[in-house]
Design a binder for this molecule. Structure first.
Ligand SMILES: Nc1nc2c(ncn2[C@@H]2O[C@H](COP(=O)(O)OP(=O)(O)OP(=O)(O)O)[C@@H](O)[C@H]2O)c(=O)[nH]1
Length: 223
């Protein structure tokens, strides 16, 4: 294992044809292995360098055509450490869908903080814009998520910046979670040690008080 390696799982969600696959592939250019699962979702695995450490990253690009629901799959939500929600700036319905997905995600992940990146894609089609930049900002602010407008049809860099910002947040939250779990585990261990110390002492005390030879064996009585 490389020094400072973290493992993160990311799910890409959004309405149909907003560019979920396009942004994912743009981010992972030349550094992924992809495979389809039984739902025709595409799972990518890749090692991403971030500052001086590495992230072992799994990305699930969900296939929206078969299930056009606002509620993400429970199995996807439980599997993932972070999410990318994509809408098209030319499709107000896809933006509305992100709103519902955001609410569902927060409900399903509660009480944990969920690292989410909201991506307004197809920025190159500004002449067909239906969703304002300020609307994207507002929704991101209301839901405490990262927000970027990008174009998967254009350059790699803005998409890379957006994904890297999400992964940075996800790493911090994962570290906080594992610290909380470690603390909980060690305090549980302390409690269980204390309990066994108390009961262990009691057992010894009982042993000490027990009379040494109360029971006379049957055969002794016959003499
Ligand atoms: N102009 C433009 N077209 C884009 C952009 N991103 C994706 N597209 C086009 O939008 C269409 C849908 O892109 P996909 O990446 O397949 O979208 P998707 O959300 O993964 O689609 P489904 O999973 O099938 O719902 C394709 O024709 C892409 O070429 C973009 O940034 N700009």
């Amino acid at each position: 294992m490389k020094h400072g390696m973290t493992t993160l799982r990311l799910v890409v969600l959004g309405a149909e044809s907003v560019g979920k696959s396009a942004v994912t592939v743009r981010f992972l250019t030349r550094r992924f292995i992809g495979e389809y699962n039984s739902d025709k979702d595409l799972l990518y695995r890749s090692t991403i360098k971030q500052e001086d450490s590495f992230i072992e990253l799994e990305i699930l690009d969900t296939c929206s055509q078969k299930r056009n629901s606002e509620v993400p799959r429970e199995s996807h939500v439980q599997w993932a450490d972070c999410f990318v929600l994509v809408y098209s700036i030319c499709d107000v319905k896809s933006f509305e869908k992100c709103k519902y997905i955001l609410k569902s995600l927060q409900k399903m992940k509660s009480p944990f903080i969920v690292p989410i990146l909201l991506l307004g894609n197809k920025k190159d089609l500004d002449h067909r814009r239906q969703v304002g930049l300020d609307e994207g900002h507002e929704m991101a602010q209301e839901n405490s998520c990262q927000f970027y407008e990008v174009s998967a049809a254009e350059t790699f860099m803005p998409i890379n910046i957006a994904f890297q910002a999400l992964l940075k947040d996800a790493k911090v939250i994962q570290l906080q979670k594992s610290n909380i779990l470690r603390r909980r585990r060690s305090s549980l261990l302390n409690v269980s040690r204390k309990i066994s110390a108390i009961f262990g002492r009691k057992d010894n005390d009982v042993d000490k008080k027990r009379p040494s030879c109360d029971v006379v064996p049957d055969f002794a009585m016959s003499f």
